[in-house]
Design a binder for this molecule. Structure first.
Ligand code: ADP
Ligand code: MG
Length: 343
């Protein structure tokens, strides 16, 4: 069932509460895909990374080989945010009039800690990873951060596309405004240009300066349009159930069930469909009274889950005697998914 769900998809997102087994399930599914001959990349977007711990080797911000046909990568949120802001800053400085450079710096300082910056940076990185994976990987598996974070992330492409759209419209307005100002001869925004250009005070602008400004406006537009296309592309991808599948992992306990229902609702609002609910660490019925009683209790919670989300298939994975650590243990976990379907 799980392997059928990922068989022809390009992207798999694995979400859910902390500690339920997201990284384990994401890694084992990624390994199954690799075993089926699909070149696969597993990417952790959870600031509390444990991909490296699970595979028993360091995994960082660049892809490393985890198994044959399988690479892994942990997005470093701080580095991603810093790089993101540095890139935004250098674009802004290049494109904005000199007199606004103080504003740019202030904006970036504020942005560093502003709510959403972090997520915007991680989102941009996700979009970039998906773009770079084209032609290199047949499947990208995202091992995501706990629920709330991921739900916001999934709604972000739409917000960001609207935001860049707003900026584009503002830019169009300010272009007109600037042109009007220049007509009045009151524009002294760039002393460098004023020195370089052949300025005749109060009598409008020399041709080359007008050309330079037009080029700059065009470049701003190009940068914004590129970002907007990137977010729209990601949005299209994650809302297309033929290309993307989202799995929610949970344990059959009260809070994970409640969080699953909530995450499902938030994802639905963002247009992201959930392919299956993966109920991990299911207690056995035939290993003594204690575990049998646990299983009964779990079944009551799962009945609740079925009532809340009757349409979404549930897949159960058994509780194992020990932690899943190292490639061999992940391999055994992947064996539990059954036969690998041939594409
Ligand atoms: N089916 C299972 N049986 C026993 N232990 C499991 C099972 N699935 C995951 N674990 C263990 O549970 C812990 C949390 O798993 P992990 O995948 O890191 O969760 P998450 O990424 O959701 O925080 C790990 O120690 C892992 O080995
Ligand atoms: Mg994890």
């Amino acid at each position: 069932m799980l392997l059928d769900l990922i068989a022809n998809r390009e992207v798999l997102f694995v979400g859910g509460k902390g500690g339920v087994g997201k990284t384990t399930v994401a890694s084992a599914l990624a390994l199954s895909a690799a075993r089926a001959g699909r070149h696969t990349l597993v990417v952790s977007t959870d600031p509390a990374h444990n991909l490296g711990h699970l595979w028993g080797r360091p995994v960082g911000d660049e892809p490393v080989r985890l198994a044959e046909g399988l690479d892994g990568l942990e997005i470093d949120p701080q580095r991603t945010t810093d790089e993101h802001l540095a890139a935004v800053g250098s674009t802004m400085r290049r494109l904005m009039p000199e007199r606004l450079s103080g504003e740019v710096r202030k904006h970036l300082d504020l942005a560093r800690d502003a709510p959403g910056t972090h997520e915007a940076a991680v989102l941009e990185r996700i979009a970039e990873t998906v773009e770079q994976a084209q032609g290199r990987y047949e499947l990208v598996v995202f091992d995501t951060a706990p629920s709330g974070h991921t739900a916001r992330l999934m709604s972000l492409p739409e917000t960001m596309a609207a935001w860049t759209d707003g900026l584009l419209r503002r830019q169009a307005r300010s272009e007109k405004f600037g042109a009007a100002l220049r007509g009045l001869g009151g524009d002294r925004d760039d002393p460098g240009e004023a020195i370089l250009g052949d300025t005749r005070a109060g009598t409008g602008e020399p041709r080359d300066r007008v050309d330079r400004r037009a080029r700059r406006d065009q470049e701003i537009r190009r940068v914004l349009v590129r970002r907007q296309l990137r977010f729209e592309g990601l949005r299209e991808l994650i809302t297309d159930p033929a290309r993307t599948v989202f799995l929610i992992v949970l344990t059959a306990e009260r809070l994970p069930v409640l969080e699953t229902v909530e995450l499902h609702e938030q994802l639905a609002r963002s247009g992201v469909a959930v392919g299956a609910l993966v109920v991990n660490k299911r207690s056995p019925s035939d290993e003594g009274e204690f575990l049998a009683a646990r299983r009964e209790q779990e079944s009551a919670h799962l009945a609740e889950l079925t009532r809340a989300l009757p349409e979404v298939p549930q897949v159960e994975l058994p509780l194992r005697g020990g932690d899943v650590v190292g490639p061999e243990a992940i391999g055994r976990f992947a064996d539990g998914f059954g036969e690998v379907p041939k594409n």
